[in-house]
Design a protein around this ligand. Structure first.
Ligand code: M6R
Length: 353
């Protein structure tokens, strides 16, 4: 049942601390800064193709960035466009990311990869699913059952599991020394957000907006895409996510006082500063700005509302910022009286191509 929550989606958002602990249990060791995902740690890919759809594709984009940052060539590919991708070569690993393990588009991309001779791995929540059975390797995200059509805790689980995969196969000990503690802190940080989020106040302010924009750079770009997808699928309102720098190349023309812009700003480095610059651009067009930020930069100065996240590494901050955006989507949809757990026209598992 919903254990007292109005919707499964809200229950599953609140289950994230537990799901994340479960994902990491026995897999990270802080003293030695090691990651143990068994045989998978020995995969040593020279290149990685990550294939997925929807929310899982946003996780794929994030995962590709993890591998690229580790010096491994990696690409996120929409599973239904896999036929147009260059074939995997040599020691390439093809990673299918799928909560259900049954998505037809992703399954057929993985089958195509096998036909082309590639090794396949699935990052999935579902033991015994078709992908689990057909792929050479599986990394379980261990999120527990997700009933709401909107993927929430499983997206957090996918991002976390992809960190484990890149750390175990491709990243060096220096990286592990900083990232392992950040992963360990993740569940507690998510809990802090759940206990104190201002997302329902923000939803109240903007539930009649014309359109919602989400911007982020680097690891926050897939989160911006995911924030928009979540909002549109459950609220039926128009939303778009952008790489922050892309806005001024066309879509800025749509921005006015009726388009709240959610800007994810993490840390105070060059990326953060540039995104603050993008905030100023939309502010100059009278757009309301909601900063999702750890308060390190001066983003708050230009924002109408702030959704605070604890300080973390950029890659783990992505999980935290996403929790705030899940809550915004939930509260907007709830205020509009939408069918949150079963949005119109959508299915939990899409088993046709
Ligand atoms: O089961 P999968 O992760 O393969 O599903 C892929 C997409 O259909 C899925 O992520 C979808 O976009 C989400 N349910 C949206 O919240």
């Amino acid at each position: 049942g919903k254990s007292g929550y109005d919707h499964f989606m809200l229950k599953e958002i609140y289950e994230q601390p537990r799901a994340l602990r479960q994902c990491l249990r026995g897999r990270i060791e802080e003293q030695t800064a090691t990651v143990d995902i068994g045989d998978l740690g020995g995969l040593n890919p020279t290149g990685v193709q990550l294939v997925a759809c929807g929310t899982s594709y946003h996780a794929a984009k994030y995962g590709a960035q993890l591998f690229r940052d580790a010096g491994v060539s990696a690409q996120a590919l929409l599973a239904h466009e896999y036929a147009t991708a260059p074939p995997p070569i040599g020691n390439d690993l093809v990673v299918g990311i799928s909560q259900s393990g049954e998505t037809a588009d992703t399954l057929s991309a993985l089958r195509e990869a096998r036909r082309r001779g590639a090794r396949t791995l699935t990052v999935t929540n579902t033991v015994g699913s078709t992908m689990d059975r057909e792929c050479d390797h599986t990394l379980y995200i261990r999120s527990g059952p997700e009933i709401g059509v909107a993927a929430t805790k499983t997206f957090a689980g996918q991002l976390t599991a992809l960190n484990l995969l890149s750390l175990a196969t491709s990243e060096g000990s220096n990286k592990r020394r900083t990232v392992v503690p950040a992963l360990r802190d993740l569940a507690g940080h998510v809990q802090r957000i759940l206990d104190s989020s201002a997302a329902s106040t923000v939803a109240e302010q903007y539930d009649d907006a014309e359109s919602y924009f989400f911007i982020g750079r680097g690891y926050q770009h897939p989160v911006a895409l995911e924030g928009a997808l979540k909002l549109k699928e459950i609220s039926y309102e128009h939303a778009e996510g952008f790489a922050a720098g892309e806005l001024k190349h066309g879509s800025l023309a749509l921005v006015d006082e009726n388009t709240p812009v959610f800007a994810i700003v993490v840390g105070d480095g060059e990326k953060a500063q540039k995104t603050v610059g993008n905030i100023k651009e939309v502010e100059a067009r009278d757009a309301p700005v909601v900063a999702v930020t750890d308060g390190q930069s001066d983003a708050e100065r230009y924002a109408d509302h702030v959704l605070t996240i604890p300080e973390s590494r950029p890659r783990t901050a992505a999980v935290l910022a996403n929790v705030q955006l899940q809550l915004v989507a939930y509260h907007v949809a709830d205020r509009l009286g939408r069918s949150i757990d079963k949005p119109r026209n959508l299915a939990k598992s899409v088993t046709v191509e």
